[in-house]
Design a protein around this ligand. Structure first.
Ligand code: FAD
Length: 309
């Protein structure tokens, strides 16, 4: 069994999502080769070569791959696919843009967002916004899989894999790069943060959100999240949304402030290791998943908490 793992990388290097997806790939069993493509690929490839469990790194730096366009990258993976039984990647926004194309081009079913490897052909994945876990056995000769990285610990260092250069398969020319609009922040990135504090509709305005949530986040070195209600009301930016239609996170500590705990929100955070909830309503569903619950008014409690940190 040989597995091709699509790395998550950008100009700043290799993302930790790669090391987490590697843990899942290693559980499938067999040699794991990592494909690193795009801008800064060489530095990311060197980092991937040091991960424990990687037997080879393929690096592709062709100009057509610079801006992470999905079509040339999917074509490259398909051109390499004859040597692989499994093609796997983290369920990140960029890999989710590429791997379904690969599955379609190979005429196989993608197995999406696995949270457990049962055996080489059987996987567990959440369905119905995480309310049920489906066990999927695939009979496809070649499997295309995305991994919910919040469910796997990152593989450590200790490897010394060979790095080989591969050429792009060419650019099908069906898309072109226009621009990137990247949000920059001093705070940790949500999907890899160890501590997250999230605010909900109860904050009432973007000014209050900033005034009450951000000072606590700064003191804790935490990333900031939000419920969809808070995002839709304009209290917090879109890329802070956590849940079924936002980001899926599993930090060591998740603090939910003025969030009711609708299933769509829980789908994005209930795997957090310790959950703290602050809500005026002691019947709020968030308390069913919380390890620590505090019933009270966030506008009294949070500023007091901030002073005590
Ligand atoms: P509310 O449900 O209004 O809860 C506010 C809470 O604040 C209440 O529990 C209240 O008791 C408490 N409160 C009020 N005042 C205070 C105070 N002063 N101090 C402390 N507590 C107070 N939601 C997501 O979050 N993420 C998603 O990805 C997502 N995807 C969705 C996808 C679909 C298809 C659908 C239909 C919905 C989705 N939703 C999602 C929306 C979800 O159903 C809820 O509407 C949303 O999560 C509610 O946000 P909230 O908890 O901030 O607001």
């Amino acid at each position: 069994m040989t597995i091709l793992l699509l790395a998550e990388n950008d100009a700043s290097g290799l993302s930790e999502q790669t090391a987490k997806a590697l843990t899942a790939a290693s559980k499938i069993g067999g040699d794991v080769h990592v494909l690193v493509a795009g801008a800064g690929a060489k530095a990311a490839a060197d980092a991937a070569a040091k991960l424990s469990g990687v037997s080879k790194v393929l690096v592709a730096e062709d100009a057509s791959l610079t801006n992470n366009l999905a079509e040339p990258l999917a074509d490259l993976i398909v051109s390499l696919s004859a040597s692989y039984d499994v093609i796997v990647g983290p369920a990140t926004t960029s890999a989710k843009n590429v791997l379904p194309r690969v599955a379609a081009l190979l005429d196989v079913m993608q197995i999406s967002e696995i949270v457990e490897v049962v055996s080489a052909d059987t996987f567990k994945r959440p369905i119905y916004a995480g309310n049920a876990i489906q066990t999927v056995q695939s009979t496809d000769a070649k499997k295309v899989i995305t991994v919910r990285t919040a469910s796997f610990a990152a593989a450590g260092e200790g490897g010394s894999a060979a790095v080989e250069t591969v050429s792009a398969a060419g650019n099908p020319g069906v898309s072109s790069f226009v621009s990137d609009a990247l949000a920059s922040s001093e705070r940790p990135e949500l999907t890899s943060a160890k501590v997250i504090i999230s605010g909900g509709r109860a904050l009432g305005s973007s000014e209050k959100f900033q005034e009450v949530i951000l000072p606590v986040a700064d003191k804790l070195g935490a990333a900031v999240g939000a419920s969809r209600a808070a995002v839709d009301a304009g209290y917090a930016p879109n890329d802070w949304q956590i849940g079924q239609t936002g980001k899926v996170v599993a930090p060591d500590l998740y603090i939910a402030v003025g969030i009711s705990g609708a299933i769509q929100h829980l789908a994005g955070m209930k795997d957090s290791k310790v959950i703290v909830a602050l809500n005026t309503d002691e019947e709020a569903p968030i308390f069913q998943v919380a390890d620590y619950g505090l019933v009270g008014d966030l506008f009294d409690i949070l500023p007091e908490f901030e002073k005590k940190i």
